[in-house]
Design a protein around this ligand. Structure first.
Ligand SMILES: [Zn+2]
Length: 420
C-alpha cells in the first residue's frame, strides 16, 4: 500500500469512532467514548515502535520515540525533546456518530454533493480554497454528521509520520514525545495534562487550519462579571423609591459600543461580549467575555466597560454597579517570544515541503496557548482540515500528506540547527 493510501485508511479508521465531547458533563474525560479511540491509539503507537505508549486515568495517551542519533553525531545531547499533540474529541454540538467518510478522487473543481443528504452541498463558490484542489482527493462526511478531521487528521498525521520514521531508520531525529488528548473542543483539553510527565522541551499541536498555516498567536482573554444592586419596593408603591436592577443592567449593556462585538469584528480586532444575564429587581448580573490580541487592548476594552458602568450608575441614583475582571488566558505570543526558534524552525519546515508558510492568529484560545503558559511552548501546525465543526467539513488527502511531511521536516530542522 502506498504511503498516501495508508494515511487515508488510518484517517478513515479514526473518524469512524465516535468521540464527541460534552459541554455539560462534569466527568473527565467529558465522555467515556473518547477512550474508545484513545485505546486504539495506544496500540497503534506501540505498533509504530513507541513501546511505552500508555493511557492515564484521565484518558491522556503519551508515548516516546527515543532518539536514533548515532554516537558522535554533532546534535547528540543537544537536540531538544520535541512533542507533538493532537486531540481526539470532536465538536460537542454536532453528531460524530456513524461518520461515513466519502473519498472524492480526482476532484473536478465543482460543487460536492454529500450522498447521505443531497441537500448538503459543499459549494465551490463559497469555498475559495477548493479552487486550488482540482485533481486532488477530497475527503468529506456523507452529509449527516461532521467528519472529525478536526482533529483526527492531526492524530492520523502524527501517527503516519512516526510510522514512516520506523520504516526509514536513516531519518535521524532526537527524542520525540507524543500526546493524544481528550476534551479540547470543550476547552478542557489541558485540565489534567501533566507537563512535567510529558517532559518535552518544546511542542506543536497539529490541529485545524488550512495547508501551510502556523499559528503562534491567540487571544488574550478575561471575563468580566457585572453586578447591579437595585432597591426593591412593592411595585404598587414604588414611585420615586424603586431602583430596578434589571433595567439598569439592560441599559448598561445597550450602552456598550456596538462595533466592539464578535458580530462586528474580525481579524485582529477585539471585542466585549455579554454571554449571560440574570437577576431580579434587587440584583442583576451579567457575564461578559473580553478578548483582544494584546493586554493593552484588553485594558482598553475593560475601561470602556468600567466607564459605561460608572455612567449607568450615575444615571440611576440609588443603584450600585460593580465590575469584576478575572483573567482567563493570554496570547501565547508573549511567552513564545522568549524562544522564537520554536516558530522559526516550524516555518522553515513548512517551507521545505514546498509550501509558503502562513503565520496566523487564532481568535480564541488553544490547548497550545494554555500549555505555553504551563511552561511548554506549543504553537500550532496545520492539519489541513477545512470548515470544521459542521457537516460540510472537507480535507484534501494531499494537504494531509503535506502535514505529515511538515512533522518530519520539523524534526529534521531541529536536529540540523542543534548541531551548531
Ligand atoms: Zn481542533
Amino acid at each position: 500500500m502506498s504511503d498516501r493510501e495508508s494515511l487515508l485508511n488510518r484517517f478513515a479508521r479514526y473518524v469512524s469512532i465516535d468521540t464527541q465531547s460534552s459541554e455539560s458533563s462534569q466527568t473527565y474525560p467529558s465522555t467515556e467514548k473518547q477512550k474508545d479511540l484513545l485505546r486504539v491509539l495506544v496500540s497503534d503507537l506501540a505498533e509504530a515502535g513507541l513501546g511505552d505508549a500508555a493511557m492515564d486515568e484521565w484518558g491522556y495517551v503519551m508515548a516516546t520515540l527515543p532518539s536514533n542519533l548515532p554516537p558522535g553525531h554533532p546534535s547528540l545531547g543537544k537536540v531538544p525533546t520535541i512533542g507533538f499533540l493532537a486531540h481526539v474529541d470532536t465538536y460537542h454540538e454536532m453528531s460524530g456518530k456513524d461518520v461515513k467518510p466519502q473519498v472524492h478522487r480526482d476532484y473536478d473543481g465543482g460543487d460536492i454533493v454529500l450522498p447521505g443528504d443531497p441537500s448538503v452541498v459543499i459549494r465551490a463558490a463559497e469555498e475559495p480554497e477548493l479552487a486550488a484542489c482540482k485533481g486532488m482527493t477530497i475527503i468529506t462526511a456523507n452529509g449527516t454528521t461532521l467528519l472529525g478531521a478536526d482533529d483526527k487528521a492531526g492524530v492520523a498525521e502524527i501517527l503516519e509520520a512516526l510510522w514512516r520514521l520506523k520504516e526509514d531508520p536513516s531519518r535521524l531525529h532526537g527524542t520525540i514525545r507524543v500526546a493524544f488528548t481528550p476534551d479540547e473542543e470543550v476547552g478542557r483539553g489541558t485540565e489534567h495534562f501533566d507537563v512535567k510527565k510529558f517532559a518535552a522541551d518544546f511542542a506543536y499541536t497539529v490541529d485545524g487550519s488550512g495547508v501551510g498555516e502556523l499559528e503562534d498567536e491567540t487571544f488574550c482573554a478575561d471575563s468580566a462579571h457585572v453586578t447591579v444592586t437595585g432597591a426593591d419596593v412593592h411595585p404598587g408603591y414604588a414611585k420615586g423609591k424603586m431602583v430596578n436592577a434589571v433595567r439598569v443592567l439592560a441599559d448598561l449593556i445597550m450602552a456598550l459600543p456596538p462595533d466592539r462585538t464578535p458580530e462586528t469584528t474580525e481579524a485582529r480586532q477585539g471585542y466585549l461580549h455579554p454571554i449571560n444575564v440574570g437577576g431580579n429587581v434587587s440584583e442583576a448580573k451579567a457575564h461578559l467575555l473580553v478578548r483582544d490580541f494584546t493586554e493593552e487592548g484588553l485594558r482598553e476594552l475593560e475601561s470602556v466597560l468600567q466607564d459605561a458602568a460608572d455612567r449607568t450608575g450615575r444615571k440611576y441614583p440609588g443603584s450600585k454597579v460593580a465590575v469584576e475582571i478575572k483573567e482567563s488566558y493570554r496570547n501565547m505570543r508573549y511567552v513564545i517570544n522568549a524562544h522564537p526558534e520554536v516558530v522559526d524552525y516550524a516555518e522553515e519546515a513548512i517551507r521545505r515541503t514546498g509550501l509558503t508558510p502562513k503565520r496566523t492568529s487564532v481568535r480564541g484560545g488553544t490547548d497550545g496557548s494554555r500549555l505555553s503558559y504551563m511552561g511548554l511552548l506549543t504553537p500550532n501546525l496545520f492539519d489541513g482540515s477545512m470548515n470544521f465543526h459542521g457537516k460540510k467539513e472537507w480535507i484534501p488527502l494531499e494537504w494531509m500528506e503535506k502535514a505529515v511531511e511538515t512533522i518530519l521536516s520539523v524534526l529534521d530542522v531541529w536536529v540540523q540547527k542543534s548541531a551548531r
